[in-house]
Write a protein that binds this ligand. Structure first.
Ligand code: SF4
Length: 445
């Protein structure tokens, strides 16, 4: 008796797929762009798409007026983030063509980097700006102390790209018609001094996520000075550098002066026994191209100990086990990036259509186990307001009809002085609830 190999009968059939750089000359506006131009960080920055006129210049008739009008309506009425898209990122939409309005509407990268008005649905009544209360927990401007031993430093409020679902929509990016942003008020030098002062007086903090915004928007000498000052503190043992640009604008991280700077910082970190890592943000395998892999391997060769991915689970974008396994195998096997976390999309305004119910995330966590090496199987987590990251199977109680889960925590935070005993709620998107649950919320909307 012959057996069909089990690999061909698995729910997910793994086959190795090497990365490819989509041909940018398929777009009318980039027909004459050379490889040298494409691989230049300056050219990429100078040709970022900031408005519909520029998008039209690149895509021309590949998208029709209904698409541009839908985008314009979103920008004018509902967008929480301004439009900013490096060519590298736009080139990963409908990567192998043909580019049409329908293909663009359905494309996973388009769905979160160029949101359309018709994508959106009404907000959850309990969604809020700064839903994680990071600003409320600032120990100094831009320094959130939420966990016992860890802090988050927001050094800049800008990025080279703006994601529609940005959890820091309260602070990051320029104002949109729908959202006036919070502003950082200190000069960078004063902000850095305030962070260092706090860290010197809080030796219990051993781990710092240096973020923004995106570190790729900080002039390198200023960032290097900040990192070297952190490395002067014996108490700091982990430094994690957060940059989506590693994937969205890898040209930035390939510039010789950046690579040389990374080498200096990595050498100092190694000498002092500090774990220095890069964290990036990739939500779909389409984002990963040979240039992203080159930037990652360059950072690793410069002495960065690890490059890890923190993606966001987004409805209609990466909400199947196949989507996630494709992403993880491309990260782990091709790009040199460790699949680390996948977050449920936070409860911010304008994000309801991207959010998934908790039970869906639990199913996804179940369905992706067993395919990747254990250390490279991402944990799917819910960032629960007033609590922090919790693995999706850790809910203490869950009412699937009303879409309300309850969570506990095991440490004190500046905003809540209790520990394990109190349940904190989190909410599923209302349109995914059964009729009785939707009727419940209809009285509150
Ligand atoms: S790169 Fe990060 S901080 Fe910047 S817009 Fe995207 S999610 Fe927000």
């Amino acid at each position: 008796m012959t057996h069909t190999p089990t690999s061909t009968r698995q729910p997910y059939a793994y086959t190795r797929r090497t990365l490819t750089e989509p041909d940018w000359t398929r777009y009318p506006g980039w027909r004459h762009i050379t490889r040298d131009q494409w691989e230049s960080a300056q050219w990429q920055r100078a040709h970022c798409i900031k408005n519909i006129r520029q998008l039209h210049h690149v895509l021309g008739p590949l998208a029709d007026d209904t698409f541009y009008d839908d985008l314009a309506t979103d920008q004018a009425r509902t967008a929480t983030m301004p439009m900013l898209l490096p060519p590298q990122m736009l080139n990963t939409m409908v990567p192998h063509g043909p580019t049409t309005t329908d293909a663009l509407r359905a494309d996973p990268i388009r769905r979160y980097m160029l949101p359309l008005h018709t994508d959106r649905i009404p907000d959850h009544p309990l969604s809020t700006r700064d839903s994680l209360h990071e600003h409320d927990m600032w120990a100094a401007e831009g320094l959130t102390h939420r966990y016992p031993t860890k802090v988050l430093a927001e050094l800049t409020a800008t990025c080279p790209q703006y994601c529609g679902h940005c959890t820091r929509m309260d602070l990051v990016g320029t104002n949109t018609p729908a959202v006036t942003k919070l502003k950082l008020t200190l000069t960078p030098a004063d902000r850095h001094d305030a962070h260092l002062h706090y860290l010197r007086h809080h030796p219990e903090v051993r781990d710092i996520v240096v973020s923004g915004g995106d570190l790729a928007n900080i002039p390198w000498p200023r960032l290097e000075t900040y990192l070297m000052r952190l490395l002067d503190l014996d108490t700091i043992r982990d430094i994690r550098l957060a940059t989506k640009a590693l994937a969205a604008l890898p040209q930035h991280w390939l510039q010789p002066h950046i690579v040389e700077g990374l080498e200096r910082v990595a050498r100092t970190a190694a000498r002092r026994g500090v774990n220095l890592a890069l964290h990036t943000h990739v939500n779909h395998a389409q984002t990963l191209t040979p240039l992203v892999a080159r930037a990652t391997h360059t950072a690793l060769a410069a002495g960065i100990r690890d490059v890890r991915n923190q993606g966001v689970l987004l409805r209609g974008i990466n909400d199947t086990a196949d989507d996630l396994l494709d992403l993880c195998f491309a990260l782990q096997g091709e790009a040199g990036i460790l699949p680390y976390y996948l977050y449920l999309c936070d409860m911010i305004p304008g994000a309801e259509h991207w959010r998934l119910p908790l039970h869906h995330a639990q199913t996804l966590q179940h369905d992706i186990l067993g395919y990747l090496p254990g250390y490279a199987t991402p944990r799917i987590v819910c960032d629960v307001p007033y609590v922090g990251k919790r693995w999706v199977h850790m809910a203490a109680a869950y009412d699937r009809v009303l879409g309300i889960s309850h969570w506990t925590k095991n440490y004190r935070t500046p905003l809540t002085d209790d520990t394990v005993t109190t349940g904190y709620p989190y909410y599923d998107p209302i349109d995914t609830l059964p009729e009785k649950g939707r009727a419940h919320w209809a009285t509150r909307c």
